[in-house]
Write a protein that binds this ligand. Structure first.
Ligand SMILES: [Zn+2]
Length: 349
């Protein structure tokens, strides 16, 4: 690991480490095919959803072949496995590790671990995209699917806020003079629900509503927060337009709509499929069948895939309970994952 250069950048405590002869900034741009010299980007995050102090209530614990702990599945173990894989490659017999020839036998690798993925990657997105643009492929160490399958598609995620402004009035004395923001919000929620299309994987969830002051007052304000998920960029554009096109049912009411798609979908593009096939061959050579699947949640891999950079997600260890009390990884999978990742990295030479 002598060849690593680590640095913290920007407000997000990004940890970015490089090994091997990584080309100068911009040199690898546009060279995204296997063998064309751009580095491999190992991507993930070290923040978790657990508040500080959780370890006291939920300590690292081993039982029945499982290692329990906050953030262990999503995705501390993915980082650990990456470190182990890189160490194994550097310590492998025949590897020359003098500083001049560092990286001989290993393609250039950049490891980038961010600290704000769970809250939307607001401060790290630009850096992730900058780094991804000059890479050959992005390997995301987020948890694998049940059974160990990788993720070749992820939904895009968006959030909207809809605020309805009505006209307040006495509910008993002047009901006709009011225009209820709450009643209007109820109509708009039905319109939002109608935008869903389960067959296309398009979901709309009004997750939070608020409004009104008292039962005997016609409410002049009501608001809703809405989560949307899409499988394709085309659906993201259509859905955004449909939400922006919502109109009030009567002139006394006005609507204010804010928000949008925050993470584009990770689509199963030709580049993603080629990368998956490459990984499947590596796994097959090691005696395992590597499955693939889809995930409803997004990751930072969504950003890199949306740039057209081949991205393979879900390369982290098997386990269960992301964001839940039973969060754990399967201990027997850890060594295999590290060996597989090391072999996958070497397959880019
Ligand atoms: Zn994660």
């Amino acid at each position: 690991m002598r060849t690593f250069r680590a640095s913290d950048r920007r407000r997000a405590a990004i940890t970015c480490a490089r090994t091997g002869r990584v080309g100068k900034r911009g040199k690898g741009q546009g060279t995204r095919e296997k063998g064309q010299g751009g580095p491999i980007l190992l991507l993930g995050h070290f923040d978790t959803v657990w508040p500080v102090g959780t370890l006291e209530r939920m300590p690292l614990e081993e039982s029945d072949g499982r290692l329990h702990g906050p953030g262990i599945f999503d995705m501390k173990s993915g980082i650990a496995v990456s470190m182990l894989a890189m160490r194994a490659l550097h310590e492998a017999p025949g590897h020359r590790s003098s500083s001049r020839n560092a990286g001989v036998g290993i393609p250039p690798v950049v490891m980038l671990w961010s600290s704000d993925e769970e809250i939307g990657s607001g401060t790290s997105r630009t850096l992730i995209e900058e780094e991804a643009r000059r890479t050959t492929a992005v390997l995301v160490l987020e948890p694998s699917l049940p059974g160990g399958a990788v993720k070749t598609s992820r939904k895009g995620v968006g959030e909207f806020e809809l605020v309805v402004y009505g006209v307040s009035a006495h509910a008993g004395l002047d009901p006709g003079k009011g225009a209820s923001a709450i009643h209007e919000l109820a109509r708009q929620i039905l319109a939002l629900e109608a935008l869903q299309d389960p067959v296309r994987g398009l979901t709309v969830n009004v997750g939070v509503i608020a409004g009104g002051t008292r039962p005997n007052v016609v409410a002049d304000r009501a608001a809703a927060r809405i989560d949307v998920r899409v499988e394709t960029m085309a659906d993201a554009v259509l859905l955004e337009a449909a939400i922006q096109a919502l109109r009030p049912s009567r002139p006394a009411i006005t609507l204010a709509i804010a928000g949008g798609i925050e993470r584009p979908p990770l689509e199963r593009s030709a580049g993603v499929v080629r990368l998956y096939e490459q990984a499947r061959h590596v796994a097959a050579d090691m005696g395992r069948d590597l499955g693939e699947g889809a995930a409803g949640g997004g990751s930072d891999g969504n950003f890199t895939a949306a740039l057209g950079v081949p991205t393979l997600d879900g390369l982290g260890p098997q386990g269960d309970g992301a964001h839940a009390l039973h969060e754990h990884v399967l201990i027997e999978d850890l060594c295999w994952r590290a060996a597989f990742l090391a072999a996958l990295i070497q397959s880019f030479i």
